[in-house]
Design a protein around this ligand. Structure first.
Ligand code: PLP
Length: 478
């Protein structure tokens, strides 16, 4: 495509996107695509000659959009939301158009400095403790996902704990090659164990700590596990506290976890992938109580605040620990700005070298929407979840997991596993809504986990009437 066509072509695509969004309520939320069906509609080889944009738009209508799970659909209640506000999409378009690489400050100063500034804006908007602001020893960086944030935090913790010592495989270890251990509740996200594997600690170093009736990590169990490891010559290295678990939005107690981390010299990482976004509302900030004891923290505005995927805010108390672990400087990247020590080079804060200009989408969203609108969408989701819980109380065959938190409602059929699984299948087959499931040890059932439906509300376009579809299906299963 010649550059002069870009304004018209992009306007056509913008119109297509806007119409797709506008028409979502008329579509079933989930596709009925069979494996291989999409590839069967695609030509076997890439085109040798240019095709028209019209042909591509026709294929968006024929090949792509009918075969999507519509994440922006107002009746999408699966997983956690991934809201992509079009204000943020505009910023991402600029990022693509500028095509800059922000690996070093010198490879595009505006890319680094806007990101530093957005991280500080967001720290203030979320009421985060001052240790995470760039004015001190800490600071923030945009990662792609919470998984990457956990991995970077763990590698920094591993290097801090090892202080140069290595095990027989050349991986950071405690003094004299002592093994390192990682702790998280049984409800923590699977990305933590993945990080443990990638960081070379091995799954055997992962300790899954038992939870109480509200599915929060039991502090005394954590203390016991760390003490036992210490007695066995294993170094307690890294603890993850979850604020808003994926299954049920369970909250770990940050203050008591931080106290134990201080006592045992372990790094505390707080994973608030979805729930941290709620802290934009001052009245919901209690979920961060005790966060000042954390070494690192992350939350995903790409989940609940409308930044289009991917955008994870990752903060550290001591940026030198992170840079010490991930920094590496080959000759071809040396430059005067880095040598001056006056700049941040974000390549040292993440796994890859190259990096996109992600701060633009956050900047566009915050400027075109304003923080008050983002607070409004969090409050609206929580209000809808409370409304749903009140309506579910009218259905004697449905049990809701208590306490219900933020925009997530967890429920099961009182007739047991099969009936609950049947509800999941019926809701998703209806096309009127999409929900996902988990397995949870409900209070009173010991460690026995049972099938649980999650109705995850977070789309700003969702209305009470969109929840009626689910209510109707749940009622008819009585
Ligand atoms: N942590 C929690 C608590 C989550 O709920 C999720 C995903 O839903 C993740 C981590 C992983 O998120 P990401 O896709 O950003 O890696």
């Amino acid at each position: 495509m010649i550059d002069e066509e870009f304004p018209v072509a992009s306007a056509r695509l913008a119109t297509w996107i806007q119409r797709y969004r506008e028409g979502l309520r008329r579509r079933p939320v989930a596709p009925t695509t069979t494996p291989g069906a999409v590839r069967a509609m695609l030509p076997a080889a890439a085109p040798e000659q240019p095709e028209s944009l019209t042909a591509i738009i026709e294929d968006l209508d024929r090949v792509i959009s009918p075969h999507l799970l519509h994440w922006q659909h107002p009746s999408f209640f699966g997983y956690f939301p991934a809201n992509a506000d079009l204000a943020s999409v505009l910023g991402d378009m600029v990022s693509g158009g500028l095509g800059v690489q922000g690996m070093l400050w010198s490879t595009s100063p505006a890319c680094t400095e806007l990101e530093m500034h957005m991280m500080d804006w967001c720290a203030d908007l979320l009421g985060l403790p001052g240790q995470f602001k760039s004015s001190g020893a800490g600071g923030g960086v945009i990662q792609d996902t919470a998984s990457s944030a956990a991995l970077c935090a763990l590698v920094a913790a591993r290097e801090r704990a090892s202080d140069g010592a290595m095990n027989a495989r050349g991986i950071g270890a405690g003094a004299g090659g002592r093994p390192l251990a990682v702790y998280a509740s049984s409800q923590a996200h699977s990305s933590i164990e993945k990080a443990v594997r990638i960081a070379g600690l091995g799954s055997a170093s992962m300790r899954r700590i038992d939870v109480d009736d509200s599915l929060s990590m039991r502090s005394h169990e954590l203390a016991r596990a760390m003490r036992r490891d210490q007695e066995d010559g294993i170094v307690p290295c890294f603890v993850v506290a979850t604020v808003g678990s994926t299954s049920t939005m369970a909250m770990d107690d940050l203050a008591s976890t931080a106290k134990l981390c201080r006592q045992f010299g372990a790094w505390l990482h707080v994973d608030a992938a979805l729930a941290g976004c709620a802290a934009i509302c001052p009245e919901l900030r209690a979920l961060h109580d005790g966060l000042e004891g954390a070494d690192s923290y992350c939350t995903n505005p790409h989940k609940w605040l409308g930044v289009n995927f991917d955008c994870d805010l990752f903060y550290v108390r001591d940026r030198s620990a992170l840079v010490g672990a991930l920094g590496i400087e080959p000759e071809y990247l040396k430059n005067a700005a880095t040598a001056s020590g006056e700049v941040i080079d974000y390549r040292d804060w993440q796994v890859p070298l190259g990096r996109r200009f992600r701060a633009l989408k956050l900047w566009f969203l915050l400027r075109l929407q304003g923080a008050e609108a983002l607070r409004g969408r969090v409050r609206a989701s929580c209000g809808l979840a409370q409304w749903l819980v009140a309506r579910l109380a009218e259905l004697p065959h449905i049990e809701v997991l208590s306490p219900q938190r933020l925009g997530l409602v967890c429920l099961r059929h009182r007739d047991g596993e099969q009936a609950t699984a049947g509800l999941l299948a019926a809701i998703n087959a209806s096309g009127k809504a999409f929900v996902t499931h988990t397995r949870v040890p409900w209070p009173g059932s010991g460690s026995q986990a049972s099938c649980t439906l999650r109705v995850s509300i977070g789309n700003p376009y969702t209305l009470q009437s969109d929840l009626e579809g689910i209510l109707h299906l749940l009622a008819s299963a009585g």
